[in-house]
Structures are given as structure tokens and as C-alpha cells.
Design a protein around this ligand. Structure first.
Ligand code: NAD
Ligand code: UDP
Ligand code: UDP
Length: 311
């Protein structure tokens, strides 16, 4: 039983993580400024006697006690992180320094959630942890990509200078219940469009690829990474099954039974063309690999949107 701080705990991934830690018997302090998270994600946890909720922006210093810190605070969808790019950068830099400062004072272990976006539009496929990436430092995604790259560097330098026990996880596209239905990510967009009978908006030709990991698998990977003592990371956590956006659209149409059409909208600038994690390291060190196939995870996500948005 540990005292665990989860920043970004009211977000999509954070809320599932808080839930799992409480189930395990931990004390959880959830910190969130609701920039892209939602109170309803954690409503069911509020009365839990080992759960504490603090409305706070990590760009400002934070003084609480913790033995472990999961740092998830940062908007993750391109629409959300490009809404206020300077704020996104501050969260990944100034915010990261504050959370590392807290880890230093408390002598806490900190797991930072980085992203496959540190690989940019990758020229190496699939992506391994030793690939340095191909990021446009000035493009519309740079506030997120470069912010996350600085955050990794800050973690490593706090580790080297102050001996902070760090864990760096590079998360690949993850989906599931509690993804904000309006956050613009492809899984939530397609499902909401299919359920509303609107056309599915495929950006560009739709042959670009992503690899989609179900949230329960991802959370298991985060906890295993935090709790092992051999590797600081970075470590890729994601599903190595790769799909085109057209394949994803077809799967959503089949599983919803929707008669929606597929239309093609312009491809956003710097949209990565392919993405698939090499998870050899996670398999070896964490004995982890995803278990939930895409269609099973999509069916659960569709059921969630049906119940909460159309119920
Ligand atoms: P999300 O937007 O649902 O959650 C992020 C949470 O952080 C939100 O609740 C938001 O309000 C909070 N937040 C943002 N800025 C903050 C600040 N300055 N202070 C306090 N709270 C703040 O996104 P998510 O999908 O749950 O992502 C969680 C983390 O995982 C993020 O760091 C993201 O970069 C990383 N990640 C997610 C994915 C994915 O596919 N879901 C992929 C790669 C990396
Ligand atoms: N900090 C925080 N909570 C703490 C300890 C530190 O928010 O419990 C912040 C504080 O604002 C500080 C930053 O973390 O500026 C970095 O702390 P560090 O100890 O690395 O450096 P300092 O700036 O204090 O020398
Ligand atoms: N995408 C799409 N239609 C949408 C939303 C996104 O075709 O309505 C595409 C987008 O261009 C990208 C992929 O789906 O190629 C994944 O986009 P998302 O925003 O979910 O995540 P990221 O680009 O950050 O991986």
C-alpha cells in the first residue's frame, strides 16, 4: 500500500489508472486542472476513502507527500494540445520541473508518460526505443512533440544530477471508455460519427497507419514499469498490430452496424504516415504484451459511448 500521486488523473488514461491503484489498495492523490479531463471520469471515485482530489495546475508548484508519482498531466489529442500551444509547452516543461522537484523533495519514484510522438513522422519502422526520431521543431505538433522530448530530457537530467528514480514510458495510441467524445482523436471521432449517422471523416487517403492499444492493457504496462527495479526506460508501451485509418473506419462501421458513409477531409500538416511500436523491450523486461484485440476493445468503447452519450 503506497501513497501515489497521479497528475492528469481526471483524464482518459489517468482515471483508469487511479481506479486500478485504488483496487490494489493504494492511497491515490489525483491532481488535475480539467484542461482536457472531465470530472465525470472520476465521479465514481470521489467518495472512496483512499482517494483525494486536488484541482491544481502543475505549471504552479505543488506541495503534497507521495512515494510514487505517475505524471500524466498534458493534453494528448492534437485538437486539445494545439488549442493553446504555449500552455502545452509550459505543462511539459515548467510543469515537469515542478513534478520532478516534488519527486526530489519526497524522494519519490516518478513514472513519466511520454509518447510515440517523440519519434515524429518516423523514418524507421517499427519504432524502437533507440530511434531518435524525426520531428518538425516548428510545426503545429511541435508544442506537444518537443515539449515531451524536453520532459524526457528533464527526467534523465534530474536522475543524473539528483539520483531521482525515474521511469519513462512512450505510449502509443491508446483508446477505450472515457476518451472525451469531442477530443478529435480518430477512435472517438469515428465512433461518435457512426453512432450519429454522420459521415466518418478520414483525413487524407486514409492509408496512414496507427497501432491501437486498449486502455486496460496500457494501464497494466504502466504499473509494471513503475514497479520493476531494473530499467529506467524509455520503454514503448503499445499494441504492435498496425491498421490503416480506412481499416479502422470499416471496423467501426461493422461493429456499430452504422450505415454512415466515409468521406475524405484534408490531412493535417505533419501527420505521421506510419506508426507501430517495437515492444521487444516491454516483453523482455515487463513480461508485458497487449491482450485485447482491436475489435473487442472497440466494442467496449462503442458500448460506453452508446450508454453515456446516447443512453
Ligand atoms: P487526457 O487529455 O484525457 O488527459 C490528460 C489530463 O491532464 C487531463 O485530465 C487534463 O485536464 C490534465 N492536465 C493537462 N494539463 C494539465 C496541467 N497543466 N496541470 C494539471 N493537469 C493537467 O489525455 P490521455 O489520453 O489520458 O493522456 C494522458 C497522458 O498520456 C498524457 O501525458 C499524454 O501525453 C500521454 N499519452 C497518451 C496517449 C494516448 O493515446 N491516449 C498516447 C501517448 C501519450
Ligand atoms: N517544487 C514543487 N513541489 C515540491 C518541491 C519543489 O512544486 O514539493 C517545485 C519548485 O517550484 C521548484 C521546482 O519544483 O522551483 C524544482 O525544484 P528543484 O528542487 O529541482 O529546484 P529549485 O528550483 O528548488 O532549486
Ligand atoms: N484521423 C482521421 N480522422 C479523424 C481524426 C483523425 O483520419 O477524424 C487520422 C489522423 O489524420 C491521423 C490518425 O487518424 O493520421 C490518428 O489521429 P489521432 O488524432 O487520433 O492521433 P495522432 O495523430 O496523435 O496519432
Amino acid at each position: 500500500m503506497a501513497q501515489i500521486l497521479v497528475t492528469g488523473g481526471a483524464g482518459f488514461l489517468g482515471s483508469h489508472l487511479c481506479e486500478r491503484l485504488l483496487e490494489r489498495g493504494d492511497h491515490v492523490i489525483c491532481v488535475d486542472n480539467y484542461f482536457s479531463g472531465r470530472k465525470e471520469n472520476i465521479d465514481h471515485l470521489r467518495d472512496h476513502k483512499r482517494f483525494e482530489l486536488i484541482r491544481h495546475d502543475i505549471v504552479h508548484p505543488l506541495y503534497v507527500e507521495a512515494e510514487q508519482i505517475y505524471n500524466l498531466a498534458c493534453p494528448a489529442s492534437p485538437v486539445a494540445y494545439q488549442y493553446n500551444p504555449i500552455k502545452t509547452i509550459k505543462t511539459s516543461t515548467v510543469g515537469m520541473i515542478n513534478v520532478l522537484g516534488l519527486a526530489r523533495r519526497c524522494r519519490a519514484r516518478i513514472l513519466h508518460t511520454s509518447t510515440s510522438e517523440v519519434y515524429g513522422d518516423p523514418e524507421v519502422h517499427p519504432q524502437k526505443e533507440d530511434y531518435w526520431g524525426h520531428v518538425n521543431p516548428l510545426g503545429p505538433r511541435s508544442c506537444y512533440d518537443e515539449g515531451k522530448r524536453v520532459a524526457e530530457s528533464l527526467c534523465m537530467n534530474y536522475h543524473l544530477a539528483h539520483g531521482i528514480p525515474i521511469r519513462i514510458v512512450r505510449i502509443f495510441n491508446t483508446y477505450g471508455p472515457r476518451m472525451d467524445p469531442n477530443d478529435g482523436r480518430v477512435v472517438s471521432n469515428f465512433i461518435m460519427q457512426a453512432l450519429r449517422g454522420e459521415s466518418l471523416t478520414v483525413y487524407g487517403h486514409g492509408k496512414q497507419t496507427r497501432s491501437f492499444c486498449y486502455v486496460d492493457d496500457l494501464v497494466e504496462g504502466l504499473i509494471r514499469m513503475m514497479d520493476q527495479n531494473v530499467d529506467l526506460g524509455p520503454i514503448n508501451i503499445g499494441n504492435p498490430v498496425e491498421n490503416t485509418m480506412l481499416e479502422l473506419a470499416e471496423a467501426v462501421l461493422e461493429l456499430t452496424g452504422s450505415k454512415s458513409a466515409v468521406k475524405h477531409d484534408p490531412l493535417p500538416k505533419d501527420d505521421p504516415q506510419q506508426r507501430r511500436p517495437d515492444i521487444t523491450k516491454a516483453k523482455a523486461i515487463l513480461k508485458w504484451e497487449p491482450k485485447v484485440p482491436l475489435k473487442e476493445g472497440l466494442a467496449k468503447t462503442i458500448e460506453y459511448y452508446r450508454r453515456t452519450q446516447f443512453g
